[in-house]
Design a protein around this ligand. Structure first.
Ligand code: TZP
Ligand code: MG
Length: 217
């Protein structure tokens, strides 16, 4: 257990910059494996696999393959929603929303070695997730987005400024983030930005990676 804790500690300093969300819905339009390799080349350190619709078996097969690529590139690999899948593929972390397992229960399942991320949408949720042991937070949606169905009300860049005071944890701004807003979000206190469509829909992905990462250098 001690060495597990040590590996989570090592990840904590890497929780900033661009957090790439590989959403399974894009897999008919682009190869997620290829995007992940490009992300590694571009210097992305953190990635999440998000599959809201597939069976556990489908999600497991894809996640396992992506997990191996992430390992080759030294990218932290986090699974969205599902502790069992994260454990099955020995992911580096699991990311939980407000309708997923409670953080304290998730921690007892996955142990001390795995990162726990939490999606938050209000100041109260930020304070609760901090108290309940999240390692980092997602906060948003900053802007409207089509990637998440029935998303919570947008919080804007002002919302990020407001919650920055409420938690010492790294906070990733999420939701509809385009390259133009990254500098301002960083100034508002975001440790990083979590992005799906801005990368996965980009005509020139290499350029998109560079532009999202530049404000963090
Ligand atoms: N949660 C809030 S917004 C969002 C999630 C998972 C989607 C982020 O994707 P995009 O395409 O960068 O808006
Ligand atoms: Mg979730």
């Amino acid at each position: 257990m001690t060495s597990h804790r040590a590996s989570r500690q090592r990840f904590l300093s890497l929780l900033n910059g661009l957090y790439l969300i590989l959403d399974e819905r894009w897999s008919s339009r682009c190869s997620l494996s290829e995007v992940l390799r490009e992300a590694g080349q571009a210097g992305v350190k953190l990635v999440q696999y998000r599959n809201k619709a597939g069976s556990m078996k489908e999600a497991y097969e894809v996640a396992r393959a992506l997990r191996d690529i992430a390992k080759e590139w030294g990218i932290i690999f986090i699974v969205n929603d599902r502790c069992d899948l994260a454990m099955a593929i020995e992911a580096d972390g699991v990311h939980l929303g407000q309708t997923d397992l409670p953080l304290t229960l998730a921690r007892s399942l996955v142990g001390n070695g795995m990162l726990l991320g939490a999606s938050t949408h209000t100041p109260e949720q930020v304070e609760t997730a901090t108290r309940e042991g999240a390692d980092y937070l997602g906060f948003g949606p900053i802007f409207p987005t089509e990637t998440k169905a029935n998303h919570d009300p947008v919080v804007g860049i002002q919302g990020m400024k407001h919650i920055r005071e409420l938690t010492p944890l790294p906070v990733f701004a999420i939701g509809g983030i385009r390259t133009e807003s990254v500098t301002e979000l960083r100034q508002a206190g975001a440790s990083g930005v979590a992005v799906a469509s801005g990368i996965l829909d980009a005509v020139d992905r290499q350029q998109a990676f560079t532009q999202y990462l530049a404000p963090f250098h």
